[in-house]
Write a protein that binds this ligand. Structure first.
Ligand SMILES: Cc1cc2nc3c(=O)[nH]c(=O)nc-3n(C[C@H](O)[C@H](O)[C@H](O)COP(=O)(O)O)c2cc1C
Length: 335
């Protein structure tokens, strides 16, 4: 691929493509496929119990050859998870929401790299003084939880302008090589993709959820805070499902009065119940009513027509980026 950027150099990648942390979806098998494709993926530590995190990270490290990153959502205290990850040799971290400063200090002291997901150019201006290595500019069309104040097309260049030279990765609205090229034209050094990889063969998302991503149109998405616990609300895009529809039919009541609240809808692999309105996305090994769990997805559902392997997705990104580049060069040459 003809793209060598700050991102490919820092992580030794063939393609400037990152897979976003996708709850339990980015498990060891997925992350290994990502590393083998020439890209790089992130595990979502928020969804790993503190008691199993060390073993889980050791396994991911083994199958990826250490080529993966760890994401910490700072709506809760994540110091134990950070310490466990550092102890297991993880040196690439992604942070978002909450106060990143103390976490950045610990990661930098350990010789690590920090990605910071932001949605506001005001934060871009502070990234350099915090010691952040890469900004992730998350547009408001991004699947799942979002903090973007504007869609990628206008947010990304404004973040690039404010970033004081800190390299910026584009998240939100990218599903193929045309999106990669567009993001690079807007100043990004690579892309961070979520929804496209939910519908990959290797993601641990529920197969029914993958099919819903393939079938959905952008008009099937709803913006809500329905699946967050009190005190941790952050808007998120989901595909409309039975839980959302029943809540809407009930007149959108507040927490405590929602239909079916406290009802167990399925089970995690360890037998623990999954409750209606829980934040966890539908995961392949959940048994029961997976469809009632949040089906996080963004506007790239318009571009996703089938479930493909990670290698196919990354290969297509390369091919479509090169074709788009040829087309642009052709128009410049008057061809
Ligand atoms: C199923 C799902 C789970 C996600 N979980 C996380 C997470 O745990 N941490 C995080 O930083 N971002 C998370 N995100 C958001 C992504 O990091 C990313 O910003 C987004 O998917 C990019 O937009 P796209 O879906 O249009 O590619 C999640 C997104 C999805 C679709």
């Amino acid at each position: 691929m003809p793209f060598q950027t700050a991102l490919t150099k820092a992580l030794n990648l063939r393609v400037p493509v990152l897979a976003a942390p996708l709850g339990r979806g980015t498990d060891a098998a997925f992350l290994a496929a990502m590393a083998n494709s020439g890209g790089f993926g992130f595990a979502a530590l928020m969804h790993m119990p503190e008691v199993t995190i060390s073993d889980e990270l050791a396994e991911i490290s083994r199958v990826t050859g250490g080529s993966f990153g760890a994401n910490l959502t700072l709506v809760v205290d994540q110091r134990k998870r950070l310490a466990a990850a550092l102890d297991k040799g993880v040196r690439v971290f992604s942070l978002w929401q909450g106060d990143i400063e103390p976490y950045v200090r610990v990661i930098k002291d350990a010789g690590g790299l920090v990605f910071w997901t932001i949605g506001d150019p005001k934060d871009a201006a502070r990234a350099k003084e915090f010691g952040v290595d890469f900004i992730v500019s998350q547009g408001r069309e991004a699947g799942g939880h979002f903090i973007g104040t504007a869609p990628t097309m206008s947010l990304l260049p404004s973040i690039v302008d404010a970033a004081k030279g800190v390299p910026v990765v584009a998240a939100g609205g990218v599903a193929d090589g045309r999106g990669l090229l567009a993001a690079m034209a807007l100043g990004a050094c690579g892309v961070w993709m979520g929804t496209r990889f939910v519908a990959s063969k290797e993601s641990a998302s529920h197969r029914g959820y993958k099919e819903r991503v393939v079938a959905a149109r952008a008009t099937d998405l709803v913006e809500t805070e329905l699946f967050d616990p009190v005190g941790q609300e952050c808007p998120h895009w989901v595909i409309r499902n039975s839980t959302f529809s029943k809540w809407e039919e009930a007149g959108r009541p507040p927490t405590g009065q929602r239909p079916g609240e406290g009802e167990s809808i399925s089970r995690y692999p360890n037998g623990q119940p999954v409750y209606r309105y829980d934040v966890a996305a539908a995961w392949d090994s959940m048994e029961g009513d997976w469809e009632a769990s949040p089906l996080y997805a963004g506007s790239t559902v318009e571009l996703i027509h089938d479930v493909k392997s990670v290698a196919e997705i990354v290969g297509e990104i390369e091919a479509t980026a090169e074709a788009a580049l040829d087309k642009i060069s052709g128009s410049r040459a008057g061809r």
